[in-house]
Write a protein that binds this ligand. Structure first.
Ligand code: PLP
Length: 240
C-alpha cells in the first residue's frame, strides 16, 4: 500500500518537474531571455527525503530549506552529490554557528546583525559564506527583509563585513491576485538589482536575483528573475 502511494507521488513529481521546466523556458523566451539563465530551486521544506531524492534523480541540482534544524536532520538521507544547498528561511542569531559551512548560500540575510554574525562565524571557520540580501519588497509587517529605501546603504555596510560575499537579492512579494501588481513588485526588484550591480561595490557580485515561487514564477522570470524557488508546484501541497 505504502509502495503504491510512493509510486503515485513519484509520477506526480515527474510530471510537475516537466511542466515547470517547460514553463520556465516559455517565460524566459517570451521575455527575450535564455532558459538556461534561470535556475530552478526545489524548495524541500516539510517534504520527506524519499520524495526529495526522487526530484534530485530527475535533475534538480539546487534545493532550498527554511529551517536549520529540519535541514540538518534530514540531509544525511539525501543524495546531495553535486547538489547546491541554500538556506532560504529567516535565520536566528543562535543558529548561525550550526548552518555556516553546511550550506552553499544563505539567501535570507534580513538584518545587519545577522550578516555580521554570519561573517564572524565564517571567519572563525576559515571560510567565506555567499549570501543574498532579502528585501521586503511589499513593505509588509509580517515579512522579514530590508526596506527598499535603505537597500543601497545596507548593501554597502554588509559588503564591508569579512567572511561573507554578497551574491544578489531575494524577495517574496505580497500575496495578491492582481497579476499586474505582482509584475510590478518583480520589476521593482529587478531595477534595484541592476542599480546596485551598477555600483560595482567591492565584495559584491550582483549575479543572482531570487524571486518567484509556485504561484508566480513565470511573472518573476518575465521581469528578470535568475532563480525561482518552487515548492508546492513541484512536490505537491504541503500538509503541515
Ligand atoms: C516555502 C517557500 C518557497 C516555496 O513556496 P511555494 O509557494 O510552495 O512554491 C519559496 N521561498 C521561500 C522563502 C519559502 O519559504
Amino acid at each position: 500500500m505504502e509502495k503504491a502511494l510512493n509510486e503515485e507521488r513519484f509520477k506526480d513529481i515527474e510530471e510537475n518537474y516537466k511542466n515547470i521546466m517547460f514553463n520556465i523556458s516559455e517565460a524566459a523566451i517570451k521575455s527575450g531571455r535564455r532558459p538556461e539563465d534561470v535556475r530552478l530551486m526545489g524548495v524541500t521544506k516539510t517534504v520527506e527525503s524519499i520524495y526529495i531524492n526522487h526530484a534530485l534523480s530527475l535533475g534538480i541540482d539546487l534545493i532550498g530549506e527554511n529551517r536549520v534544524q529540519e535541514f540538518l536532520g534530514k540531509r544525511d538521507e539525501l543524495n546531495l552529490g553535486g547538489v547546491e544547498k541554500h538556506l532560504i528561511g529567516h535565520l536566528q542569531t543562535n543558529k548561525v554557528k550550526q548552518i555556516v559551512g553546511e550550506v552553499d548560500m544563505i539567501d535570507s540575510v534580513d538584518s545587519l546583525k545577522i550578516a555580521k554574525e554570519i561573517g564572524k562565524v565564517s571567519c572563525n571557520k576559515g571560510i567565506v559564506t555567499d549570501i543574498l540580501i532579502e528585501i521586503n519588497i511589499g513593505d509588509e509587517d509580517s515579512k522579514f527583509g530590508f526596506d527598499p529605501s535603505e537597500l543601497t546603504e545596507r548593501v554597502c555596510e554588509i559588503s564591508e563585513i569579512d567572511g561573507i560575499k554578497v551574491r544578489g537579492l531575494m524577495a517574496i512579494p505580497p500575496i495578491c491576485d492582481d497579476n499586474e501588481k505582482n509584475h510590478k513588485f518583480f520589476s521593482n526588484m529587478y531595477r534595484m538589482f541592476l542599480d546596485i550591480g551598477a555600483k560595482k561595490l567591492d565584495n559584491v557580485n550582483m549575479d543572482i536575483l531570487s524571486m518567484g515561487m509556485s504561484g508566480d514564477y513565470r511573472n518573476a522570470i518575465e521581469e528578470g528573475s535568475t532563480m525561482v524557488r518552487v515548492g508546492s508546484a513541484l512536490f505537491g501541497k504541503r500538509v503541515y
